[in-house]
Design a protein around this ligand. Structure first.
Ligand code: FNR
Length: 369
């Protein structure tokens, strides 16, 4: 059957993938309240479209950290993509590049920074998890820089892994034929089986729980790449991130996989945008599945969005062609949303094009009785 929207890939992936792998990709933390809320919150934001505007030409191009993109839709880091498809991160890199957008490579990719760079030209960011052993971090950052990666997305919401109960039940671990390629030479590329989630044990053993704002400054001493802080959802942390030298902020709750009962990212976005005061760009990920979602995020002040699960699900279904199709469908839906809202370029998308539940009720004329 023809796939006509991004969400449909999830059911196909569920059929194709072993249960342990599908559950790892799909799950959220604990009650998965935030997982549902990441989607539901978008549906409570409605449009105030403008009419009779010439929308015969729509320009979706944008510039992110100085790089020209065809659209404000980018790829979030998702770990271990070769579990979805043999070409894994290569397929994602090629699809992103063909669509004229950015791929963020996970620290825990099953392909190395060098391998992904060798797939061809493309603008790529590198997502960083900070290991206890800072030599490992410094080496990896240097390798990413040398391989031509353009920015670091520093993930700050994972001092410990969130409790994903399906992974515990399934005793999730990386299949034996794969490694966390970036760490292969450092003897940190394998994940032992554990009595619960193998990934949770790996994180407990390797990831630095002491990570703090001073490390954001330290990171700037070892790289010239701009640093995006990924995992901010409050105004307080937005201000601290900017003080610490962040070049941008990614409003993210890690796809609802870390702390459950945090708000949907689309709800947290405006608070962060206001605190940032235009000093750095603010991005969003979490639950974006439609072009209308992209528009809503931009109307609330985001400079762009990232997608996570749609990439792994479409990879599982159709490899590179699947990821290309996801990017194309989102692109077309976003273009249509712009046209039907009366916007011909991204700068024409305003806060007045949407209404949220936290907006003051619009005064209505009292009915004449
Ligand atoms: C993730 N995410 C993630 N984030 C990160 O910083 N490093 C990583 O390695 C991963 N790995 C990962 C694997 C899988 C299977 C998922 C679903 C997510 C979080 C990711 O970057 C992003 O924040 C969310 O996926 C965005 O939400 P959606 O689009 O999946 O709803």
């Amino acid at each position: 059957m023809e796939v006509t929207n991004v969400t449909e890939y999830q059911a196909i992936a569920k059929e194709k993938l072993p249960k342990m792998i599908y559950d790892y990709y799909a799950s959220g933390a604990e009650d998965q309240w935030t997982l549902e809320e990441n989607r539901n919150a978008f549906s409570r934001i409605l449009f105030r479209p403008r009419i009779l505007i010439d929308v015969s030409k729509i320009d979706m191009t944008t510039t992110i950290l100085g790089f020209k993109l065809s659209m404000p839709i980018m790829i979030a880091p998702t770990a271990m993509q070769k579990m979805a498809h043999p070409e894994g991160e290569y397929a994602t890199a090629r699809a992103a590049s063909a669509a004229g957008t950015i791929m963020t490579l996970s620290s825990w990719a099953t392909s190395s920074v060098e391998e992904v760079a060798s797939t061809g030209p493309g603008i790529r960011f590198f997502q960083l998890y900070v290991y206890k052993d800072r030599n490992v971090v410094a080496q990896l950052v240097r390798r990413a820089e040398r391989a031509g990666f353009k920015a670091i997305a520093l993930t700050v919401d994972t001092p410990r892994l969130g409790r994903r109960e399906a992974d515990i039940k399934n005793r999730f671990t990386l299949p034996p034929f794969l490694t966390l390629k970036n760490f292969e030479g450092l003897d940190l590329g394998k994940m032992d089986e554990a009595n619960d989630s193998g990934l949770a044990s790996y994180v407990a053993g390797q990831i630095d729980r002491t990570l703090s704002w001073k490390d954001v400054k330290w990171l700037q001493t070892i790289t010239t790449m701009p640093i995006l802080v990924k995992g901010v959802i409050t105004a307080e942390d937005t201000r601290l991130a900017i003080q610490a030298g962040a070049a941008g902020i990614i409003v993210s709750n890690h796809g609802a996989r870390q702390l459950d009962y945090v708000p949907a990212t689309i709800i947290a976005l405006e608070e962060v945008v206001k605190a940032a005061q235009g000093r750095v760009p603010v991005f969003l990920d979490g639950g974006v599945r439609r072009g209308t979602d992209v528009f809503k995020a931009l109307a609330l002040g985001a400079s762009g969005i990232f997608i996570g699960r749609p990439v792994v699900f479409s990879l599982a279904a159709e490899g590179e062609a699947g990821v290309r199709n996801v990017l194309q469908m989102l692109r077309e839906e976003f273009e249509l949303t712009m046209a039907l809202s009366g916007c011909t370029s991204l700068k024409e998308i305003t806060r007045n094009h949407i209404v949220t539940e936290w907006d003051a009720p619009r005064s209505r004329p009292a009915p004449r009785l």
